[in-house]
Design a binder for this molecule. Sequence first.
Ligand SMILES: Cc1ncc(COP(=O)(O)O)c(C=O)c1O
Length: 399
Amino acid sequence: MLKQPSRTASVIQASTTLAIDSKFKKMKAEGYDVVGFAAGEPDFNTPDNIKNAAHKAIDDNFTRYTPAAGMLELQKAVCNRLNNDLGIDYIPDEVVVSSGAKYSVFLSLECLTDPGDEVIIIAPYWVSYYEMVRMVNSIPVIVHTKESDSFKASAEMIRAAITPRTKAIVINNPSNPTGMLYSKEDLRLILEVCYEEGIYVIADEIYYKLCYDGREFVSMGAIDKKYRDMVVLINGVSKSYAMTGWRIGYSLSGKNIASMIANFQSHSTSAPSTISQMASIEALCGSQDGISYMKSEFEKRRNYMVPRLNSIEGISCIMPEGAFYVMMNISELIGKSHGDAVIKNDDDFAQLFLEKGLVSLVPCSGFGIKNYVRWSYAASMESIGIGLDRLEKFISELR
Ligand SMILES: Cc1ncc(COP(=O)(O)O)c(C=O)c1O
């Protein structure tokens, strides 16, 4: 008899956003006038200078393998850009360029943990952290945060979750899905607890360029040199440069960890696409004007969306400080009905709002928190206006 496939693989869940997304796509294909706010990617096109660099790379025959950890020119560009933007000091040997920041997070977990280790994740979390921890046979330990604490975990909350089996914590700043930003002092206190306990910090800073109201982003890598060996920084071009499909992310860490990550990568995906690497060199070294434009557009949309959401009875949200997501609190709507359908939880709300209101949002139960749905404002102002009009109408129809 054929043996069972991997136990680990069989418990990994498909992304929770998938169900709503496939329904959205199906409705769209059937001709429904649906609008989507579920996407986790900028709605802007990749800036022209970056696209031109990719065309040139092909014409110049940059079409062969590169070193497994990425091209030296790109590793240098990452060091220079992040040194310039964040004041962090890394050398090319400490940078591994991967096929997306998601894979950088995964490789970091592979290289830092052994089966049975615990990894702390702060909820609401980006759903992939949870599954990635399980994919490396480690145990996710969730620190739950509340809206009244701006969805931020304190150093003491993290200390309380640490056990002798804790190996690492994953921190996303600014956060998907909450849009919250940790201050320098918050980060220092968290790092100090992790330092005292000897655990690693995987700091996913992929949204660092998107902080609003003039807020300063502080990198986990810029707090103090004494934390250097325990921190793995994650970053990439996807969100900042509207390059999600180019699949370029990177990790920055001490040389020892970086060479382990590079070894794992060399036996799995090898280096990412050479053409995408060439485009990313231009993204990091060329004009940064495209980013300023995108950031100011995101900020305008957030400033329009949040007060309008808060003016609608029955729902509320706090003002996100970064990234491009808003968490909408729907707890007052639980138990209400639309026609015969009762809203028992955020999944029901998202299904019903899509079916009856023709708007797709992401239910947050898959992110480790109940009774919230996530809007992405990586959508045009016109779509946002339509989405909010439809929300008002939908809520007025609830009984
Ligand atoms: C918190 C976070 N980290 C990483 C990623 C993935 O980035 P990439 O597209 O570079 O793999 C995402 C994408 O949604 C994200 O939200």
